[in-house]
Design a protein around this ligand. Structure first.
Ligand SMILES: Nc1ncnc2c1ncn2[C@@H]1O[C@H](COP(=O)(O)OP(=O)(O)OP(=O)(O)O)[C@@H](O)[C@H]1O
Ligand SMILES: [Mg+2]
Length: 252
């Protein structure tokens, strides 16, 4: 059975896309019992290698010579392993390399990756460009991230308006990251601004930037941490459902 593509997106920078994508990928690989590929489609400023403490010896750019003829075998050569069950397809790092990666190549890559992996988790930049559209189009499930601040929630709502026109509403989850830093907004304010069920709330912890600086996602080093538990709820929903989203139980 082909694997499922999960695209993580936010229309506001710094919301936690990479944090969610990396931790979700670690959780979905379930200690190596599932095969997961994490793809860094933030082609210009991808952070996945940095966040996971990986060296970019190979990147998406190495797929360019194989455009139109990608095979399972040559895609395997592009991978940077992070841990058993989790491989990464890293963003390029050289000047101008991002511009060599066409949307057709991204479509082809995602098609082949689905044949190899149980889950393909795609991290994206905070732009609504054609690269992001390719990843959203290919996705079996879209994970949309926002923080509880008006501009971020407004951009989330605007994104949902576009996605409502293009895709079914039951193929997405909404993640409110740093959810306990309400900064004057109540849960009701958040609901009113988003006008869509919040699937999971991720709490704010300085352990998150600390884990990034260590190069080890929190879900890998501290699986019982409240942030890891929240990511696990999201992963469980994704694994259990056929793409339908549901609401996180209210926090006590
Ligand atoms: N739940 C959290 N608690 C505390 N800090 C967090 C949390 N989630 C993310 N952060 C911090 O917020 C910053 C931005 O996170 P991240 O890089 O995941 O966002 P992003 O949406 O990928 O950003 P960009 O748009 O630049 O790609 C990081 O410094 C990270 O450590
Ligand atoms: Mg990022």
């Amino acid at each position: 059975m082909p694997g499922r593509i999960i695209t993580v997106y936010a229309a506001k920078g710094g919301c936690g896309k990479t944090t969610v994508a990396t931790n979700l990928a670690v959780t979905l690989c379930a200690r190596g019992t599932r095969r997961v590929c994490l793809v860094d489609l933030d082609l210009q400023f991808g952070d996945v290698a940095c966040v996971l403490g990986l060296r970019t010896d190979r990147s998406l750019c190495d797929a360019v010579p194989w455009a139109d003829s990608l095979t399972v075998e040559n895609v395997a050569v592009l991978m940077t392993p992070f841990r058993p069950g989790l491989d990464c397809l890293l963003a390029p790092t050289g000047p101008g390399e991002a511009s060599l990666i066409t949307n057709e190549l991204i479509d082809e890559l995602l098609y082949v990756l689905r044949l190899i992996y149980d889950y393909v988790v795609v991290d994206t930049p905070a732009q609504f460009n054609t690269t992001v559209l390719s990843a959203l189009d290919a996705a079996d499930h879209q994970v949309l991230v926002a923080t509880p601040e008006r501009p971020s929630l407004k951009n989330l709502r605007m994104t949902l308006d576009v996605l409502d026109l293009l895709y079914g509403a039951n193929t997405r989850s909404v993640v409110v990251n740093r959810s306990d830093t309400h900064a004057g907004l109540t849960n009701a304010d958040v609901d009113q601004l988003v006008r869509s069920p919040v699937t999971v709330q991720l709490p704010n912890w300085t352990d998150v930037p600390a884990s990034i600086n260590r190069g080890e996602p929190l879900t890998a080093g501290c699986p019982d941490h409240p942030v890891s538990q929240a990511v696990r709820r999201l992963a469980d929903l994704l694994a259990a459902s056929d793409g339908r989203c549901s609401r996180d139980p209210p926090s006590v």
